[in-house]
Design a protein around this ligand. Structure first.
Ligand code: MGD
Ligand code: MGD
Ligand code: MO
Length: 739
C-alpha cells in the first residue's frame, strides 16, 4: 500500500490496487486513482495478454457508485408510515441500542424463532461480509431463522448433484480454444460475464474456427458478437428440443455407445422414454417443434452436427434453469454431453449449468466461532438427499421469504417471523412477487437494514444502518466463478460519512448483547490470518505483503481444467461421486423422491404459466427477466453513466407490438394478476414473437394506483420454486398494452 499522504486535502494522487465485490459474473482488478479522500479515476488490469483481465463497464463506473450523492451516510430511524421512506437521523449509540433492544424483546416475547436473518450476495468478499458475521452472532444469541436455496442456481445444483454427484462441472475458459463447436444454450457471457475473460476466450475460439450457435429466445450480445447461427426457442421448452436431438441420435446410431456403456447408468431407461416405449409418444423433432417453436429440420441438423463434431462444448447455464422445471434442462444438457462422449474431454463440456472450477475458493472468517443455531439442528437435515426441503429443514426457501412472513406456522412455514435483519440483499426487489413482499414487510414488528442506498427494501426499514463500500475497507476476494486468481482489495479511502462495515456493526452490537471478544482481531490481523491459515490460499501465496502490494495473485495452470478428466481417464480408480460411481442418467435417489415432477431420468414436463397453460388466453406472452448489463441486479441502479448505456425497456417483437398498436418507445403496461409495470417498449427482432423481456434489478416504485413506475421485473414474477429448488424467475405469463 502507498504510504503517500492520504489527508483529505492532499493534492497527491495515489494509485490503490483493489477490485469490486459485486455479485457479478466477473472480478475486475482495478487501479483506483485517489486524491485526498476521493477516487478520481478508475483504471483496469495492466497484466500482459492473454492474462490481462479486461475491466467491465460496471467497474469503470465504480467511483460513480462509491461517491454517489444518494449514499446513506448516517444511521436513521423511521418516522413516517412503513414503506413511506420518511426517516430521521440518529446516532450510532441510539441505533445499536435500538437494534439490541429489539433483538432482546423479540427473543423474550416470541423466542429466537421470531428473528429472521436475510443475507445475500451484495458483498462477495471474505472479512467484511455481513451475513456471515451476523449469522455467527445470532447463533451465539440463541438462534435465528434464515433462508435456504441458491437463488442463482439451485436447479443447476440439483441437476449436477443428481447426474454427477458434484457441482464442479466447469472447464477453465481457455479450454474453449480446444472446441470445434460451442453451443451457447441459454448462455450470454458478453453480458453476464461468467468469469472475467470468458468473452476473450470465446472470441479467440471463434477466430480459431469453432462453430458457435446460440439457442435462446433472445438474439443476445454474445450471439451478436460471435455466433454464426441463432436458434430462437420458446422459454421453458429446451428439454423438449434436447430430447428430440437425443431421438435423432438414437435412431441414426450417432450416440457414443462405448462412452455410455463405460461411464453411465440408465441410458436405456432414457432411451425408452425418448422413443416413447412407455407413454406411446415418440419424442421426434416434429413433436419438439410443436412445443419449442424450433423447426424439426433445425433440430435434426443440430443433432447430427453436434454428434459428429468432436470435441464440442454444449454450454448450458442458469437462466433457463431459473424456471418452473429448470433442473430438467441442466440434466438433459448433461445427458447430451454424455451421449456425445464430450464429458471429461478437452474442448468438450459436462453440462450441468455450473461453470465453477475447483480452485480459488471463497475463504471466510474462520476465527469467530459459528455457534450452533438450534433451528438448524433439531430436524433431520438429511445429508445427500436430493429433496431440497429435507436438506435444510426449518429454513424458508429463498423465493418464499415474504409468504413465510405473511403466513407463518399456520401456512406451514417453520416460524412466525416478527423481526427481520437484512444485509447484502434487496429481496423485496429481487425475489418473486414484489407486491406481496411489500405487503409482508409492512406486517413486521421490526425491520433493520444494513445498506449503502435507500433501496426499495430499505424504504420499509424501521432502522437503517449505513454501510461502507468496498473501497472503504480492505479485504480479500476471488473471481466469480472461474479465474483462477485471488485479489487483495486495498482500502482506497476512509469511510464516508458515518458509515461502518457490517463486521464492525455486528461486532459493536455483540458487545451490547454481552458477548465479550466477539471479534478480537484487527482488519490487518484477520487478512494475514486468512492468507496464512486457509489451505487453498496458503498453498499459493507465500508472500502476504507482495500480494497486498500487487492486489492480485494469478494462479498458473499447467493445462486447462477439464471437469471429470480423472474419471474418464480411469473410472475404476476414480469413480464419479454418485451412488453408482457413474454418470447417472437414471438416478435411483431421484426415483426415491417419488415425485412425478422430479423424475429419475430427465424429461420434458409441462408447467403452470408455460405456453400451454389456459391462462395464456388472458396473458398470452411469456416473460423473461435476464440479468442487466448495466447493473449487478439492483446495484448501480442510481449510477447515471450506466443508465445511459441501456435505458430500461421491455423487449418486444414487432409481430407482437403492431397488433397492440405499440410503436417503438411507446410507454406500455406489462401486467398479470400479480402486478403491473409501466415501461417504454423497444421493438426489436432480437426477441422471438410470443416472448417479452425485462432485465431484472430496476427499482420497484409503485404509485398510488399500485402501478410499478420503476418496472421491477419481479412485480410480474411469482414466488415459487421448482421441485429441485430453482427460483421461478423465467416462467411467467403477461400481457402488454399501450399505457
Ligand atoms: N452484468 C451482470 N452480470 C451478471 C449479473 C448481473 O446482475 N449483471 N448477475 C450475476 C449472477 S448473480 C448470476 S446468478 C449470473 C446469472 O447468469 P445467467 O443465469 O446465465 O443469466 P440470465 O441473464 O438469467 O440468463 C441467461 C440467458 O438465458 C436466456 N433464457 C432465459 N430463459 C430461457 C429458456 O427457457 N431457454 C433458453 N434457451 N434460454 C433462456 C436469457 O435470454 C439469457 O440470454 O449472472 C451474473 N452476472
Ligand atoms: N426476475 C429475476 N429476479 C432475480 C433474478 C433473475 O434472473 N430474474 N436473479 C436472481 C439472482 S441470480 C440473484 S443472485 C439475486 C440477487 O439478489 P440480491 O442479493 O438482493 O441483489 P442485489 O441487487 O445485488 O442487492 C444487494 C444489495 O446489497 C447492498 N450491499 C452491497 N455491499 C454491501 C455490504 O457490504 N453490506 C451491506 N449490508 N449491503 C451491501 C447493495 O447496495 C444492494 O442493495 O437476484 C435474483 N433475482
Ligand atoms: Mo445470482
Amino acid at each position: 500500500m502507498s504510504t503517500a499522504d492520504s489527508s483529505p486535502d492532499s493534492d497527491e494522487v495515489r494509485i490503490v490496487r483493489a477490485t469490486s465485490t459485486f455479485d457479478c459474473g466477473g472480478r475486475c482488478p482495478l487501479r483506483l486513482h485517489v486524491k485526498g479522500n476521493r477516487i478520481i479515476r478508475v483504471e483496469g488490469d495492466e497484466g500482459p495478454e492473454p492474462e490481462q483481465l479486461r475491466t467491465c463497464l460496471r467497474c469503470r463506473a465504480y467511483r460513480q457508485m462509491v461517491h454517489h450523492p444518494e449514499r446513506l451516510m448516517y444511521p436513521q430511524k423511521r418516522v413516517g408510515a412503513k414503506g413511506e421512506g420518511k426517516f430521521k437521523r440518529i446516532s450510532w449509540d441510539e441505533a445499536l441500542d435500538l437494534l439490541a433492544g429489539e433483538l432482546l424483546r423479540v427473543k423474550e416475547q416470541y423466542g429466537n424463532q421470531g428473528i429472521f436473518l436475510a443475507t445475500g450476495g451484495g458483498y462477495l468478499a471474505s472479512l467484511h461480509n455481513g451475513g456471515l458475521a451476523a449469522s455467527r452472532l445470532l447463533a451465539q444469541f440463541g438462534g435465528y431463522v434464515t433462508h435456504y436455496g441458491n437463488i442463482s442456481s439451485e436447479g443447476a445444483v440439483w441437476a449436477s448433484l443428481t447426474q454427477y454427484g458434484s457441482v464442479m462441472v466447469g472447464h477453465s475458459r481457455e479450454d474453449m480454444l480446444n472446441s470445434r463447436m460451442i453451443i451457447l444454450w441459454g448462455w450470454d457471457p458478453a453480458r453476464m460475464i461468467s468469469g472475467t475473460n470468458t468473452m476473450y476466450h470465446l472470441i479467440k475460439a471463434r477466430e480459431k474456427g469453432a462453430r458457435i450457435i446460440a439457442v435462446d429466445p433472445r438474439y443476445h450480445d454474445t450471439a451478436a458478437t460471435v455466433a454464426q447461427e441463432w436458434i430462437p426457442i420458446r422459454p421453458g421448452t429446451d428439454t423438449a428440443m434436447m430430447i428430440a436431438m437425443a431421438n435423432v441420435m438414437i435412431k441414426e446410431g450417432l450416440q457414443d455407445q462405448a462412452f455410455l456403456d463405460k461411464y453411465t447408468v440408465g441410458f436405456d431407461r432414457f432411451k425408452a422414454y425418448v422413443l416413447g416405449k412407455e407413454d406411446g409418444q415418440d419424442k421426434t423433432p416434429a413433436w419438439a417443434a410443436e412445443i419449442s417453436g424450433v423447426p424439426a429440420a433445425t433440430i435434426e441438423r443440430l443433432a447430427r452436427e453436434y454428434a459428429a463434431t468432436k470435441p464440442a462444448a454444449l454450454m448450458d447455464c442458469q437462466g433457463p434453469a431459473r424456471s418452473a422445471m429448470g433442473e430438467q434442462y441442466n440434466r438433459c444438457a448433461a445427458t447430451l454431453c454424455a451421449m456425445t462422449g464430450n464429458v471429461g474431454r478437452p474442448g468438450g463440456s459436462a453440462g450441468g449449468g455450473l461453470m465453477g472450477l475447483p480452485v480459488a475458493h471463497m475463504f471466510r472468517m474462520p476465527a469467530i466461532p459459528p455457534g450452533k443455531n438450534p433451528f438448524e439442528q433439531d430436524g433431520p437435515n438429511v445429508k445427500g438427499t436430493l429433496d431440497i426441503r429435507l436438506r435444510v429443514v426449518k429454513r424458508v426457501h429463498i423465493n418464499k421469504i415474504f409468504e413465510a412472513i405473511l403466513r407463518g406456522t399456520a401456512g406451514g412455514y417453520p416460524a412466525d417471523i416478527k423481526m427481520m435483519w437484512s444485509m447484502c440483499n434487496n429481496y423485496l426487489n429481487q425475489t418473486g412477487n414484489s407486491n406481496q413482499a411489500a405487503r409482508a414487510l409492512k406486517t413486521l414488528e421490526f425491520l433493520a437494514v444494513n445498506e449503502l442506498f435507500m433501496t426499495p427494501q430499505a424504504r420499509y426499514a424501521d432502522l437503517l444502518l449505513p454501510v461502507t463500500s468496498a473501497a472503504e475497507r480492505s479485504d480479500l476476494t476471488r473471481p466469480w466463478p472461474s479465474g483462477p486468481y485471488f485479489t487483495f482489495i486495498n482500502r482506497a479511502i476512509e469511510p464516508l460519512g458515518e458509515c461502518k462495515s457490517d463486521l464492525d456493526i455486528v461486532s459493536e452490537l455483540a458487545a451490547r448483547l454481552g458477548f465479550k471478544d466477539f471479534n478480537p482481531f484487527t482488519e490487518d490481523q484477520w487478512l494475514r490470518m486468512f492468507v496464512e491459515k486457509t489451505p487453498d490460499l496458503a498453498a499459493q501465496i507465500k508472500d502476504f505483503d507482495r500480494f497486498r502490494r500487487e492486489g492480485i495473485h494469478r494462479i498458473s495452470l499447467p493445462e486447462p481444467i477439464v471437469a471429470f478428466k480423472e474419471q474418464i481417464e480411469d473410472i475404476e480408480k476414480n469413480p464419479f461421486p454418485t451412488p453408482s460411481g457413474k454418470i447417472e442418467i437414471y438416478s435411483q435417489r431421484a426415483a426415491e423422491l417419488n415425485n412425478p415432477l422430479c423424475p429419475p431420468i430427465p424429461q420434458y414436463l409441462a408447467t403452470p404459466e408455460d405456453r400451454n397453460d389456459p391462462l395464456r388466453e388472458k396473458y398470452p406472452l411469456q416473460l423473461l427477466t435476464p440479468h442487466p448489463r448495466n447493473r449487478v441486479h439492483s446495484e448501480l441502479y442510481k449510477v447515471d453513466w450506466l443508465r445511459e448505456v441501456e435505458p430500461h425497456r421491455v423487449w418486444i417483437n414487432p409481430v407482437d407490438a403492431r397488433p397492440r398498436g405499440i410503436g417503438d418507445g411507446d410507454e406500455v403496461y406489462v401486467f398479470n394478476d400479480r402486478g403491473r409495470v409501466a415501461i417504454p417498449a423497444w421493438l426489436t427482432e432480437r426477441i422471438m414473437p410470443g416472448v417479452v423481456s425485462i432485465f431484472e434489478g430496476a427499482w420497484y416504485a409503485p404509485d398510488e394506483e399500485g402501478i410499478d413506475r420503476g418496472a421491477c421485473a419481479n412485480t410480474l414474477t411469482k414466488d415459487a420454486y421448482s421441485p429441485g429448488g430453482a427460483s421461478v424467475m423465467n416462467t411467467a405469463l403477461v400481457e402488454v398494452r399501450k399505457a
